[in-house]
Design a protein around this ligand. Structure first.
Ligand code: NAD
Length: 510
């Protein structure tokens, strides 16, 4: 059991743990005098206090990563593979502890937290194939006696800035491919739930990753700005809300860095009249309220076409009283609290706003929230939402599902295509031809056909369109490998054959 995991084997009560940085393979206490509270959202109690990094502390992490980079980039692909298999084993063995940390600081229910770890592990597994992923191409005799070949090389020190809603998986999307490609890494996780990144650091050390290859600096805007401005950082991956994604992209690229910045979302699920309504209702409830709606791929708008609307509303309404809201560590809880009190209050304010704007409040989550000091809100269903309403336009990021009613498929697609976000989208229908037309013409990066949360598997890449992504490359999968490497093409001629000697030993790769 690791040190961080030890601290969390029992639910803490009244005890506030200090969460420090991780630089050059060890914990480093912050010196800024600035820090932020970390809560257990299910009880409302403060469980931690996280140090906020100064520019100097960010620099120390970058310098450690820079030193480690010299030796890490020459580590053979075979050794990197061996190490990633070890990393995979350790994360697999400690999945429950990691998931428990997520529940304690984020609030999502334990089964969902385990799902997060499992999807992150798939990215680590993809990275176990790094020799295959980094293969170049070779053209013999491109000209007489001349061969041409391509190679991909790491960028050096790269950084990741991550959101609160997937404190383990989103960092895995970044550090796993970045490190497998031969880069060293500085992570600035969300200050709301920072402990998962510390357990990650411990596990990577235990797996044998050299000190300095993975570093963590905590903090808020000041730490992010220090990362954006640091001349030693070659590339930045960001995942978070759209305004900050745009800021990170603009500031980072201006400073000469390669940046991929994934932003917010307003994901629509279109339900056509021929859809399996029971299946669509199950999907809508799961994708709308899972993780309390705090997923960038959550369905937040249902677009019911024609006579699908009344049946769909009825089927969802039937299911809502059965959704069990409670502490994520209780086995029967299906939906936990929101991450902070402020966020819960902000989400709740949209129910009032929606009603004032003319939406019909079918189920009001304020009436069903457990009242124990935790940051709970029950499930809310708003019908007759129209595109002019703020509840339609804003990313609410909570358990509030809106329904808009339209007459035709064309109107439904227009709504999606005119929306400024373009992360995920889903269509529910039994008509294969319509589904095919939809995938062709819809403006979004990830499309589900009778699948409400189409998060790509690890060997494809994840990313939205429009205001859901700033940058050219999607994250993880093949585009992740491309993002964390730069190409080089060698044109070569040999005047003499290479010298050789007899060696009867079995060829070694390391
Ligand atoms: P956020 O934008 O508030 O924070 C993300 C990161 O940016 C954090 O590390 C935070 O410390 C930092 N940050 C916050 N304010 C900043 C500022 N003013 N200047 C510089 N840095 C700042 O996002 P969040 O609330 O943690 O996460 C939820 C958001 O993330 C939602 O909008 C959600 O849709 C989005 N998200 C998107 C994806 C995706 O893949 N597209 C995935 C997960 C989450």
């Amino acid at each position: 059991m690791t040190e961080v995991a030890d601290q969390f084997t029992e639910e803490r009560s009244g005890e506030v743990t200090r969460i420090s940085h991780w630089i050059d393979g060890q914990r480093v206490e912050g010196t800024s005098g600035r820090s932020g509270p970390v809560y257990n959202p299910a009880t409302g109690e403060q469980s931690g206090e996280v140090d906020f990094a100064t520019t100097e502390e960010v620099d120390a992490a970058v310098q450690a990563a820079k030193r480690a980079s010299e030796s890490w980039r020459v580590v053979s692909l075979s050794r990197r593979t061996e190490l990633f298999f070890q990393v995979r084993e350790l994360f697999h063995d400690h999945a429950d502890e990691l998931a428990r940390l997520l529940t304690l600081e984020h609030g999502k229910v334990f089964s969902d937290a385990k799902g997060e770890v499992a999807r992150g592990l798939e990215v680590i597994e993809f990275c176990c194939g790094i020799p295959e992923l980094l293969k170049g191409s070779y053209s013999e005799q491109a000209s007489t006696g001349i061969d041409v070949y391509s190679i991909r090389q790491p960028l050096g020190v790269v950084a990741g800035i991550t959101p609160f809603n997937f404190p383990a998986m989103v960092p895995m999307w970044m550090w796993a491919p970045a490190i497998a490609c031969g880069n060293t890494f500085v992570l600035k996780p969300s200050e709301k739930d920072p402990s998962a990144s510390m357990l990650t650091a411990e596990l990577l050390k235990e797996a044998g990753l050299p000190d300095g290859v993975f570093n963590v600096v905590h903090g808020d805007k000041a730490a992010v700005d220090a990362v954006l401005e640091h001349p030693g950082i070659a590339a930045i991956s960001f995942v978070g809300s759209t305004p900050i994604a745009r800021y990170v992209y603009e500031t980072g690229t201006k400073a000469g860095k390669r940046v991929q910045a994934l932003g917010g979302a307003k994901n629509h699920m279109i339900v056509l009249p021929d859809a399996d309504i029971e299946m669509a209702a199950d999907a809508a409830v799961g994708a709308g309220y899972g993780s309390a709606g705090e997923r960038c791929m959550a369905v937040s708008m249902l677009v019911a076409v024609g006579h699908a609307a009344d049946d769909l509303v009825g089927a969802i309404q039937e299911r809502l009283p059965k959704v069990k809201v409670g502490n994520g560590l209780e086995p029967d809880s299906e939906m936990g609290p929101l991450v902070t009190r402020e966020h819960r209050d902000k989400v709740a304010s949209y129910i009032e706003k929606g009603a004032a704007e003319g939406a019909k409040v079918i189920t009001d989550g304020r009436e069903s929230a457990p009242d124990n000091g935790g940051f709970f809100l029950g499930v809310t269903l708003l019908d007759e939402v129209t595109p002019e309403m703020e509840v339609y336009k804003d990313e609410i990021f909570g358990p509030v599902l809106g329904i808009t009613r339209v007459d035709t498929y064309e109107e439904a697609v227009r709504l999606v295509n005119e929306n400024p976000y373009g992360n995920g989208v889903a269509i529910f229908t039994r008509d294969g031809g319509v589904a095919r037309q939809f995938q062709f013409e819809v403006n979004a990066g990830m499309v589900g056909v009778n699948v409400p949360i189409p998060v790509p598997v690890a060997y494809y890449s994840f990313g939205g369109w429009k205001n859901s992504l700033f940058g050219d490359l999607h994250i993880y999968g093949p585009e992740g490998i491309q993002f964390y490497t730069q190409g080089k093409v060698v044109t070569s001629r040999w005047p003499d054959p290479a010298t050789s000697k007899v060696d009867l030993g079995f060829p070694q790769t390391r």
